[in-house]
Design a protein around this ligand. Structure first.
Ligand SMILES: Nc1ncnc2c1ncn2[C@@H]1O[C@H](COP(=O)(O)OP(=O)(O)OP(=O)(O)O)[C@@H](O)[C@H]1O
Ligand SMILES: [Mg+2]
Length: 368
């Protein structure tokens, strides 16, 4: 009877996938709204600075949005004041996208409407995983006829924890980070419960247990792991996959240099191999710091240094611009740099020089 009780409480603790879906949907719609408002502010800036740029060179607008770090929120649709779509090089919206909308006004005049989508893939994945695990548990409870692939499940659990850790470090948006934690709390906990349950079944195992059905259970778990791995890979910035960290950074630096007329100097002492989630974190941090220099610093030069520091890495992005009042250096970008560093077990600090601004990140990690 004990296995039944353990299993039943495991199922009870899963919660309903439908409720999970609705909560996440609500959060993602809010994200899309927030992002649309952010894009609207950027576009207002563009229209104010370069009216002709706005009217005639929409590919540059797309570039600017990408360099401002909103490119990953595709699909993005901007309609002009007459409601005509301004092509920004984005594809037709895929299915299953949650939309947010915001208006662009300059001097009280309506210029455009911004629509921005957030992919529902992580949401569906989370729900599917919860559903699959819960179905799996019910099958186990109903049949009670399984050998115990404890080792396979334990390995799957370790993989899911590693993937979840990578997921939270790779994802830029806090909402997606939350989904990662939910995957951990949902799928991870459920797998633990499944393992405990199977372990207790082993104790009572008798002849006639079905090895084939157990193999099928292990196969289902592997499939779930593989799906999560694929979705993590898809969240990696495309420039990284295409050019590697150094190439992607230099390309981004060139865009910043061209757009803001700033000299970007590099000194990158990179380990020969870095895990994908660390590369992504470094890329995103440097991207945000450079974007800030282009947007706020009025600098003529910025240097980006990555060097080994003991068993970790130190990153410094320093400009010679106007600096900022420490009380004002509070925004989503700097907060996200801090959060990334913290998730990697490191820390970030922001130093106002005279002149200039310095972002310093220490990552106490194993590098070879
Ligand atoms: N290199 C810099 N030079 C001068 N001021 C800066 C620099 N970097 C950041 N700041 C100041 O710090 C503030 C907070 O930066 P943060 O990146 O957090 O937010 P943001 O750039 O305003 O908005 P976003 O959330 O889009 O990044 C900026 O608004 C700006 O005033
Ligand atoms: Mg910023």
């Amino acid at each position: 009877m004990i296995p039944l009780v353990v299993g039943a409480s495991a199922v009870g603790s899963l919660g309903s996938p439908a409720v999970y879906y609705l909560q996440k949907r609500h959060e993602m719609v809010s994200t899309a709204r927030g992002e649309a408002a952010r894009v609207a502010v950027i576009l207002q800036d563009v229209v104010l600075q370069r009216p002709l740029f706005w009217r005639y060179d929409t590919s540059k607008i797309a570039e600017r949005l990408t360099s401002e770090g909103v490119g990953q929120h595709r699909p993005l649709i901007v309609l002009d004041a007459r409601g005509v779509r301004i092509p920004l090089g984005s594809d037709a919206p895929p299915e299953g996208v949650l939309w947010g909308k915001s208006e662009v006004y300059v001097a009280g005049k309506h210029q455009a409407t911004v629509w921005i989508g957030v992919s529902t893939q992580p949401l569906l994945l989370g729900t599917l995983t919860l559903g699959a695990v819960s179905a799996l548990l019910s099958t186990l409870l109903g049949g009670l006829l399984y050998l115990i692939p404890t080792r396979a499940i334990a390995a799957a659990e370790r993989r899911i924890s590693a993937l979840v850790a990578q997921l939270s470090l790779t994802l830029q948006e806090e909402e997606r980070g939350r989904i990662a934690r939910d995957l951990h709390d949902g799928a991870g906990q459920a797998l633990t419960a499944a393992r405990l349950h199977l372990a207790s079944l082993r104790k009572g195992a008798s002849a006639g247990l079905s090895v084939e059905r157990l193999a099928a259970v292990a196969g289902h778990i592997d499939e779930a792991m593989e799906e999560i791995r694929r979705s993590t890979a898809a969240l990696r910035p495309p420039a990284l996959a295409e050019l590697g960290l150094r190439g992607a950074l230099e390309r981004h630096g060139e865009a910043v240099a061209a757009a803001a007329g700033i000299e970007v100097c590099w000194s990158l002492e990179l380990p020969t191999s870095l895990e994908a989630h660390l590369e992504t974190a470094l890329y995103r941090i440097i991207q945000e710091a450079l974007t800030n220099v282009a947007r706020h610093a009025r600098a003529s030069r910025v240097s980006v240094v990555i060097r080994r520091e003991g068993r970790g890495l130190q990153l410094i992005v320093e400009d010679d611009g106007r600096g900022v009042n420490p009380g004002q250096a509070r925004g989503g970008g700097l907060a996200s740099i801090e959060e990334r560093a913290r998730l990697l077990g490191g820390k970030a600090s922001f130093l106002v020089g005279s002149p200039g601004f310095r972002v310093e990140v220490e990552l106490p990690m194993e590098v070879e």
